[in-house]
Design a protein around this ligand. Structure first.
Ligand code: ATP
Ligand code: MG
Length: 162
């Protein structure tokens, strides 16, 4: 597990951007945390790290936003998803097994449908501007977790022990 602290919206974007740079096509990030805890802010940073220049908007109403770039980003917000049929209809299974990085906000709503190998990322708002971000590698992600940890340290992102 890697735990980092963010003191601002910009800081959360920066953490996302550093994360985005170590991601590869096919990687999946599952985001958990209350409304306003920073999931979309983080995703904006991930997009920048992937080399995408577009501004990231919350896909709450569209469920999925797709961004083209050197590594495409499939940004899901499944807050409003109520059953697996809806996931089929929006092409979820095509996206997660295709050639981009997938980010899923409110991933707990589709926990039976998440990929076996993924990052689980928990956002916790401690006060107005402070967020604790906990990153877990699920399945076969230990190598990528090591790379991520090394990269955070290189970029002066402080890693907090439990
Ligand atoms: N350290 C921080 N990191 C991220 N956002 C912060 C931070 N401090 C304050 N904020 C504010 O918190 C809000 C985070 O909004 P964001 O849309 O990223 O949340 P979210 O988790 O995606 O919510 P939702 O579940 O509604 O999609 C923004 O208004 C942002 O300005
Ligand atoms: Mg959001």
């Amino acid at each position: 597990m890697i735990q980092v602290k963010s003191e601002s919206y910009e800081n959360t974007k920066k953490i996302g951007c550093i994360f985005g740079r170590v991601l590869e096509k096919g990687d999946a990030l599952c985001l958990y945390g209350e409304m306003g805890s920073g999931k979309t802010a983080f995703t904006g940073g991930v997009a920048n790290g992937l080399g995408i220049s577009d501004r990231i908007a919350s896909p709450t109403f569209s469920i999925i936003n797709e961004y083209d770039g050197p590594v495409p980003l499939y940004h899901f917000d499944v807050y409003r998803i109520s059953n697996e049929d809806e996931l089929f209809e929006i092409g979820y299974y095509d996206y997660i097994f295709s050639n981009g990085v997938t980010v899923i906000e409110w991933a707990q709503n589709i926990k039976e449908q998440l990929p076996d190998n993924r990052f689980d990322i928990y956002f916790n708002a401690v006060d107005e501007n402070t967020r604790i971000i906990k990153i877990f590698g699920i399945g076969n992600m230990q190598n990528k977790m090591s790379v991520l940890k090394k990269t955070f340290i290189e970029k002066d992102i402080e890693i907090y022990a439990l």
